[in-house]
Write a protein of this length. Structure first.
Length: 525
């Protein structure tokens, strides 16, 4: 008769391990079957173990399965011979921790309510500071002030995947965006409320996920996910993000995005759009939904061609002349009625500098392409021409400054891809992918706010990320003593309005050590 499987605990060199055993009774004798190792014991009561094959896991004896440990799990393995690093990279983590605090963003980020807050905060700093893959997070952590500031963080790859999967839960994402939208509404810097910019960018990848599809975007064909960002005009801050398969970018995407924004109580009174979202039928749907918009018209539309023929001869009149960004531009506002009776406004424009550049390029290839005089004249007459279309009657002098705020969203995408680790994608499930994008979005918020603060200075994000890492700190039992800041480092602290400290009391409570009651020393030791 077989006896039930049980867990046997045993010690080797002072460390506790566990294994699964079963026993078989043969007459009066009991024989043990071959054991199955569970690994080193991390939490005996909750049956949490660590093995080389499975990493950290929680064993369920009822189902004989190894599952991810609870989010709030904080126990860490510390080798008896492990020596704490006495000097760590300090400035970058300290700078961003204090900067996030000064912006009032920590409560917003913490709304995700991940059980092990140290893991979440340490990984968020990694997304902000480092562009390398998450596989290097644990190595970064070991030499960083993050290890002192967030002593219970677990940044091994399996634990990061567990966390991203939990953050990718739809309820977690909604909770975060509600908190973030409320933060934006309370922000004194949130001007131009209700005016939004909507655009998308591709995230090329070969992941076998339902959200990856073949995309043909402006002639470039690739496997990708389309990442949609909504940015607030006036502040240039990202408001919302969602993703769709790479082969879907049309007006239905736009209407769904706006519907989700409204569900989060985001004011969407006016949207500046990428031309890829707009079709003539799409314009009609937007007008039916009472969504105001501004976008570039496509040259193959019939009304574009008709208006060009009718109004181009008189476009270069003094009444249409404008000066924008140091260049001469002619713009004529033309009311137009669609075939269903809906009214839009078309803005036929001519950029004089762009026309000159395009004509110079044409002159370089005209002879070898053997254009006739008539062909050259026709090509030259259409150079520098553009048309914007809107549901609103916009003052001509305000049109281009309004439209070119689209550059804000391009800058946000540059941060997302270039700094905040949106690429490359190395995830296995849709939930993990969604959690990764949420972390990218939070990192983008912080970097975008900082980027705007640097506009009036000679510095860039690269300067801060490179220079601040070079400020080291000495780690003592109860204090962290930063090394003296250089001139540039002091500039960055001043720009961000961060107060520097001679010494910082260590967060030793969560690290499993008794809390120190000593006060911080006033001078360097």
């Amino acid at each position: 008769m077989g006896l039930p499987m049980y867990i046997e605990f045993y010690k080797i060199h002072g460390y506790e391990y566990a294994r699964l055993r079963s026993s078989v009774r043969q007459g009066a004798e009991i024989k043990h079957s071959k054991s199955v190792a569970l690994g080193r014991v991390l939490d005996k009561e909750k049956l949490i173990f660590r093995s080389r094959e499975d990493g950290v896991f929680q064993y369920d004896p009822k189902t004989d399965t190894r599952n991810p440990p609870p989010a709030e799990f904080k126990a860490k393995l510390v080798r008896k011979t492990a020596a704490e690093k006495l000097i760590v990279d300090f400035g970058d983590v300290h700078f961003f921790d204090q900067y996030i605090k000064s912006l009032g963003l920590w409560p917003v980020f913490e709304s995700v309510d991940y059980g092990n807050a140290d893991t979440f905060k340490a990984l968020l700093h990694y997304y902000i500071i480092e562009s390398r893959s998450n596989a290097h997070a644990a190595d970064w952590y070991e030499g960083s002030y993050a290890r002192v500031l967030y002593p219970n963080a677990l940044l091994e790859s399996p634990r990061i995947s567990d966390m991203l999967k939990r953050l990718g839960n739809e309820q977690v994402c909604r909770r975060f965006f509600r908190a973030y939208v409320a933060y934006l509404k309370q922000s004194s810097e949130a001007s131009d409320k209700g005016a939004i910019l909507i655009d998308s960018t591709g995230l090329p990848n070969d992941m076998r996920l339902p959200v990856t599809a073949v995309s043909n975007h402006n002639g470039d064909i690739s496997n990708e996910v389309r990442l949609i960002y909504v940015v607030q005009r006036g502040t240039g801050l990202p408001i919302y993000m969602r993703y769709i398969p790479g082969n879907i970018v049309d007006v239905s995407t736009l209407l769904t995005t706006i519907a989700e924004l409204k569900a989060l109580s985001v004011d969407t009174k006016f949207a500046i759009l990428d031309a890829g979202y707009l079709t003539i039928d799409g314009m009609k749907k937007l007008l039916e939904q009472k969504v105001s918009f501004l976008a570039r018209a496509k040259k193959n539309w019939k009304f574009y061609k008709d208006l060009l023929v009718e109004h181009l001869p008189t476009l270069e009149s003094k009444e249409n002349l404008q000066v924008f960004n140091g260049r001469f531009v002619y713009i004529n506002r033309i009311p137009y009625t669609l075939d269903n009776g809906q009214r839009i406004y078309c803005y036929l424009g001519l950029d004089d500098e762009r026309r000159c550049n395009e004509r110079r390029q044409l002159a370089k290839v005209a002879e070898e392409n053997e254009y006739t005089s008539e062909e050259l004249a026709d090509l030259m007459s259409r150079m520098g021409i553009f048309m914007l279309t809107s549901s609103r009657r916009i003052a001509v002098k305000d049109l281009l400054p309004l439209y070119y705020t689209r550059q804000d969203i391009e800058q946000v995408f540059d941060i997302t891809k270039g700094y905040a680790k949106a690429l490359p994608l190395c995830v296995q499930t849709v939930e993990t992918f969604r959690g990764h994008l949420l972390m990218v979005f939070m990192a983008t918020i912080v970097l975008r706010i900082l980027q705007q603060k640097l506009v009036s200075t000679p510095y860039s994000l690269d300067d801060i990320l490179c220079v601040m890492k070079n400020q080291k700190a000495k780690v003592y039992d109860e204090y962290v003593i930063p090394c003296e800041a250089t001139r540039k480092q002091n500039d960055f602290y001043r720009i961000a309005k961060i107060k520097t400290e001679i010494s910082i009391v260590r967060n030793v409570v969560n690290a499993g050590k008794p809390e120190s009651k000593a006060s911080s020393p006033k001078n360097n030791p």
